[in-house]
Design a binder for this molecule. Structure first.
Ligand code: ADP
Ligand code: MG
Length: 250
């Protein structure tokens, strides 16, 4: 079976900026949940934006990214992009419509889903993220956690094969983090999760990738990497003392 995500020798510099990704190569198996760790500025968001072709500005002729075996190129971008559901780091960058209903309906509408199926789909997705009855609410008036859930509902409404989540618990309080973690645990399928939330990583991800200054400096089983205190400190990460004594994925 093809990996759900494959990235080979991916490098990228922002226009006029320094190198944000430097020869990154990895694969994520179908159904696997993998964490992406690294200090601020390591290139996590930049990497995630490459997985559905939002970067680079102009897709290369030679692919660097494959989704379920299909290369991401100029010709395939539209189709491949539909299969990768990306939850942005900042929900305000993702929310676009004046009501929650229209926001969640935006993606499927683009894909040609019409009433009455659309209504049912939006309701189902809102129920999945615990926001039943929020259809008429205004997204910009919601709490940070609720905004994230609306964005996730909008991503799920497009029925992606792969979920790519950029700091999904960032800016949430401890209860919000735990609730969002539980929600993510209920979602089946392949996930790639960039995060500083080591509790989320321990409970959700069997494997981690560590980026530092655009380079993939390590990949391995979550507990093995997180237990390596000198390594974690060297790359600006913390060792999650208490977490490692709990049962993983519980
Ligand atoms: P992370 O998500 O790990 O914090 P980013 O991918 O956001 O890291 O950033 C990687 C590097 O690229 C950083 O040096 C950052 O300053 C730079 N960068 C990020 N976004 C832009 C941008 N839009 N324009 C120029 N440089 C950027
Ligand atoms: Mg980021």
């Amino acid at each position: 079976m093809n990996p759900a995500i494959e990235v080979r020798h991916l490098s990228y510099s922002y226009p006029g900026g320094r190198r944000a990704l430097d020869d990154v190569t990895f694969a994520v198996a179908q159904g696997e949940c993998v964490g992406v760790l690294g200090p601020n500025g390591a290139g996590k968001s930049t990497l995630l934006l490459h997985l559905n072709g939002l970067l680079p500005e102009r897709l290369p002729e030679q692919p660097k990214v494959w989704i379920a075996g299909e290369p991401l190129t100029r010709d395939t971008a539209e189709r491949v992009r539909q299969r990768v559901g990306l939850l942005f780091q900042d929900p305000d960058d993702q929310l676009i419509a004046p009501t929650v209903f229209d926001d969640v309906a935006f993606g499927p509408r683009q894909l040609g889903v019409a009433e009455p199926e659309l209504e049912r789909l939006v309701q189902d997705c809102l129920r999945m993220v615990g926001l039943e009855g929020f259809e008429r609410r205004q997204p910009h008036r919601l709490s940070q956690g609720e905004k994230r859930r609306v964005c996730l509902a909008g991503v799920l409404a497009c029925k992606p094969a792969v979920l790519v989540l950029d700091e999904p618990t960032g800016g949430l309080d401890p209860r919000g983090r735990r609730e969002f973690k539980r929600l993510l645990q209920t979602l089946p399928g392949t996930k790639l999760v960039a995060t500083h939330d080591l509790e989320l990583v321990v409970d959700l991800c069997s494997r981690v990738l560590v980026l530092d200054q655009g380079r993939l400096v390590r990949e391995g089983p979550t507990i093995e990497v997180l237990s390596d205190e000198p390594f974690m400190l060297e790359h600006g990460l913390e060792k999650p003392h208490a977490l490692l004594h709990r049962h993983p994925h519980g």
